[in-house]
Design a protein around this ligand. Sequence first.
Ligand SMILES: Cc1ncc(COP(=O)(O)O)c(C=O)c1O
Length: 398
Amino acid sequence: MFDKLTDYQDDIIEGIFRRCAADNRPEVMNLSIGVYRDRHGAAPVMNAVRQAEADVIASQQTKAYVGPLGNMAYAGAIERLVLGDDHPVIDSGRLKTAQTPGAGAALRVAAELIRDLAPDTTIWFSDPVWLHQVDFFTRAGLKVAWHPYYDWQSGTLDFDAMLDGLGKAKAGDIVVIHAACHNPTGADLSLDQWRVLTEFCLQRKLMPLVDSAYQGYGDGIEADAAGLRHMAAHMPEMMIAVSSSKSFAVYRDRVGALMLLHPEGGRGAEEAWLHMGDLIRGLYFMPPDLGAAVITHIMSDASLKAAWQAELETARTHVQRLRQLTVDHFTTALPDFDSRYMLRQKGMFSCLPLSDEQRLTLEQDHAVYLMPSGRLNFAALSEDKITYLAEALNTVWK
Ligand SMILES: Cc1ncc(COP(=O)(O)O)c(C=O)c1O
């Protein structure tokens, strides 16, 4: 069987990771992978997580199975973190959540649900978008389409073009929206635009699937969820994929959630939830528990929660500082390149205007690794390397 596999083509993102890992040049700069790094270049375990993990392990009475829908205490805690304690759908009976191994798995489960319930649906993505996000849906055999999103000239979200593109969607189609810190551009919807988009989806009967992977990295924990909270308060049906990977720096522990918002609640919502559990059983049986238990403990302990919030805020401001330093350096070193758009963008990422060819030249000639669309992770950039990056860009842009 396996001898049929002869022409393996690297996935474009995995290919970048592979080439970077094999690059032995001392000056290598890995600005590709979406992991937060501190000023020492480390991707540290948060102190709150370390403490909570010790508590959970010390008090754990059993490692018996938790079931396909995962840790329900985590599901409840994450509903409140994402939607807020006072949100109208909390305790409405309309919201049903499964804990999943990260948002990646949540997106794959969402795709499976759509294939089961509405296989003719088209899934709409922004152009550009994190490419792996699209894979979850194409691998499930679903149709995908792109709408305009980003204006490369101004470095802003082109909202009119976005709505124009989504005008081609048919009733029942699904629109994937990034809650905050859009991957890859960092160009987010304003709260007013969330309101307009909510109305647009309601009128055209489109279902939003909001992907919330960077809560706390944009304008703060509450502000980053404001748009999706508005949407969830008004949409009859909606899905929300949540990642705890970045917000709690527990990437490898695989913690996240898929929330379903049912139009009526009651028995119908229960059915949807049970169906989701059934699909999960067939996909990966059940999620790991430890990371979810650790986050549940943090969210239920006032002092751990405060410590976590402070650590996340430090990470957020560190990334903002790197944005500012980068723009300051670029303004002097690259006078023909107006980089100020990077200050208006949110989260770890912004895109540099580079063709694929220029991006590969950066890899080959300068050992600088970026993602497709020229995505740069500020959190992976150390202050003393910004000058080197500017010089490398100067060479490829010449
Ligand atoms: C927008 C977005 N969604 C989901 C994910 C996947 O997150 P997780 O690690 O929770 O699977 C990522 C990871 O980079 C992401 O950028």
